[in-house]
Design a protein around this ligand. Structure first.
Ligand code: HSE
Length: 307
């Protein structure tokens, strides 16, 4: 009793252009830290939140909701205190709520001697994620918990496939400092799509999965296209088209909205190209009055971890 662990809970990119609600990958250089402590006193408490202003009430905090869901099922003979050191801005489109939701259940599972596998952890984390986005999607949670690229084959029953990561692949991100709420960005989307668009989109998802398995960078480039979601959401992101076309000219393999935005991600073959893409993104936003941050990251194949 009294044991505690500090964990790194990474940021993630959901959708990966063509794979709305099913594909995602894990970032390495951006993430939250959380400390989870086992206590004699039963129940879940959030005792510290630094970085952003988020609720301490367990039922109103995504980390608390996922922790409670797991706690109520496992009924361990102890309690847990959660400290959250938030680096990922809520509403940034790089899996801020997922990092919190995954962190609490991962930490508790470690302290309890790992009774649950990664799919079950994702299942409980989805309960917290649903508080933020009004929908139980796992495309940020799966890469945060499994690492690398993941595909959510089914949300109910939950089935997650781990996909390989080509070794020269690097991600670049720009985060314009505006907030887009996932629930609002989902509300913009049509309930039905034309069959022709569906055919193109699922051909791209299949091609991307094949390209990741074969490290075929040309095919990655051809597949990183989203004709279903991007046309609706890009209007929420200032200068999206300008960033995308400049980034492609700089040599990226693809560029699309990260999750529900406003962050924009690009994938490149080599760190050198990823850094050139970072400058290109920064050049465009420097000419505007919108503050922004940019990042370059390798693909984090480990996922969430103990520090
Ligand atoms: N797949 C989700 C969406 C991810 O695009 O709404 C949210 O981060």
């Amino acid at each position: 009793m009294g044991k505690e662990i500090r964990i790194f809970s990474p940021a993630t990119v959901a959708n990966v252009a063509c794979g709305f609600d099913v594909l995602g990958f894990c970032l390495d250089t951006i993430g939250d830290e959380m400390v989870i402590k086992q206590t004699k006193e039963k129940g879940i408490k959030i005792t510290k939140i630094e970085g952003y202003d988020l609720p301490y009430e367990v039922e109103k905090n995504v980390a608390g909701v996922s922790a409670l869901a797991m706690y109520n099922d496992l009924k361990p003979d102890c309690g847990f205190e959660i400290k959250i050191y938030k680096n990922i801005k809520p509403g940034s489109g790089i899996g801020s709520s997922s990092a919190s939701a995954a962190g609490s259940v991962y930490g508790m599972n470690e302290l309890l001697g790992r009774p649950l596998d990664k799919t079950k952890l994702t299942y409980y984390a989805m309960k917290g994620e649903a508080l933020a986005s009004q929908c139980e999607h796992a495309d940020n949670l799966a890469p945060a918990i499994f690492g690398g690229f993941t595909l959510v084959k089914s949300a109910c029953p939950l089935q997650i496939l781990e996909l390989p990561t080509p070794s020269d692949l690097y991600a670049t991100l720009i985060h314009p400092q505006i907030e887009i709420k996932t629930a609002e960005s989902r509300a913009l989307l049509p309930k039905e799509i034309p069959l022709n668009n569906a055919i193109t989109q699922w051909a791209n998802v299949g091609s991307l999965v094949h390209a990741l398995h074969t490290s075929d960078y040309n095919l990655i480039k051809e597949a990183l296209i989203d004709i279903v979601i991007e046309p609706y959401r890009k209007q929420l992101i200032p200068h999206f088209d300008a960033v995308k076309s400049a980034v492609m000219e700089t040599g990226a393999l693809g560029c699309a909205i990260s999750g529900s935005g406003p962050s924009i991600f690009a994938l490149s073959k080599s760190e050198v190209t990823a850094k050139a893409v970072q400058s290109t993104m920064g050049d465009i936003y420097s000419k505007t009055d919108i503050e922004f941050e940019t990042y370059v990251s390798n693909i984090n194949t480990q996922g969430i971890k103990i520090l």
